[in-house]
Design a protein around this ligand. Sequence first.
Ligand SMILES: Nc1ncnc2c1ncn2[C@@H]1O[C@H](COP(=O)(O)OP(=O)(O)OP(=O)(O)O)[C@@H](O)[C@H]1O
Ligand SMILES: O=P(O)(O)OC[C@H]1O[C@H](OP(=O)(O)OP(=O)(O)O)[C@H](O)[C@@H]1O
Ligand SMILES: [Mg+2]
Length: 373
Amino acid sequence: MLTMMSQIRLPLYCCYASSTSISETHHQVLNGNTVSRQEIRLGLPSKGRMSSDTLDLLKDCQLSVKQVNPRQYVAQIPQISNLEVWFQRPKDIVRKLLSGDLDLGIVGLDVLTEFGQGNEDLIVVHEALEYGDCRLSIAIPQYGIFENVNSLEELAKMPQWTEDKPLRVATGFTYLGPKFMKDNGIKHVAFSTADGALEAAPAMGIADAILDLVSSGTTLKENNLKEIEGGTVLESQAALVASRRSMIGRKGVLETTHEMLERLEAHLRAMGQFTVVANMRGSSAEEVAERVLSQPSLAGLQGPTVSPVFCKRDGKVSADYYAIVICVPKKALYKSIQQLRAIGGSGVLVSPLTYIFDEETPRWRQLLSKLGL
Ligand SMILES: Nc1ncnc2c1ncn2[C@@H]1O[C@H](COP(=O)(O)OP(=O)(O)OP(=O)(O)O)[C@@H](O)[C@H]1O
Ligand SMILES: O=P(O)(O)OC[C@H]1O[C@H](OP(=O)(O)OP(=O)(O)O)[C@H](O)[C@@H]1O
Ligand SMILES: [Mg+2]
């Protein structure tokens, strides 16, 4: 009896994806170096849509990357001593984390999962850097035999796919594609690969379906393709990744990881909030605080800060007004202003927040526990 994997045809390219040697030519392709080094190495995307967003995020965390020329592949972040930045293609960042040539990296979760292949040395330190959002999805034509097919189940049940004539899927994700099909019990699938513009493959007659990244969905629509229910392999966004071996064994890597995590978390948390300052008439700070806390959107981070606004009247110093300071989620700003006004708030000032540093980041605790520390 055939096993499930043997029915999912894996053409020759899979050997290239998972192996470092091409035996027919007797030439060895070796990755990984053991050159001893003192510097800590961070890999950042050298090109593609992730590269400028990555530099922008680091800059917002006061970690500006000093790169003299875009073609220069090594750079520094002066705020962190002993740190070298190396610009690499995302998949090479993952490979070099595994080979020990990088200690830290920023890549999409898609590339991490595809090229990391579940390797336990790769640890996701921050899984949601809030850019590079996309999903890895199966897509099929909107027309022809697929017109009424809207789910993975329906696709799998189509009588067209047999051992001799399997469903042909074009993808750049030659590890995740077969794995997803196997995990979902889908037989009779054959994969082919290309480096880009995969959406053309069905119309060219090269494939029946594709497995590729989708964000706005425009490319699929423009090529008369559609996603199907149950056909999303993973959701992805940019992530900070580190090598377990480096964090445990290389001097300073864990400390650098902590500093980067703290700065990223503090910035990302602040990004979603505004500081709101307002004046409010009242008889005491407690009475004003009570009024503020009676409004659900105004509780602030740990309750409002209330300070008396002193003025001099008839030679006497008194506080008829209080200034309140709260942080509100950006999405709830207008509702918060309405609630402030409803309880007598005036002169409302709204300003952006740069950082919110908590006492301890939960992700740091999770990281230490993953490392068994
Ligand atoms: N359409 C998209 N929208 C948002 N993020 C995307 C999109 N496509 C890819 N990404 C994310 O950006 C990463 C890099 O993709 P990008 O297309 O810029 O580079 P690449 O595919 O490695 O390079 P190239 O396309 O030149 O081969 C992907 O791994 C993914 O995490
Ligand atoms: O849903 P959308 O917003 O339309 O984006 C999806 C497209 O973006 C990526 O391609 P990319 O632009 O990287 O081109 P490539 O195929 O040359 O890598 C991806 O491979 C899709 O083709
Ligand atoms: Mg691309």
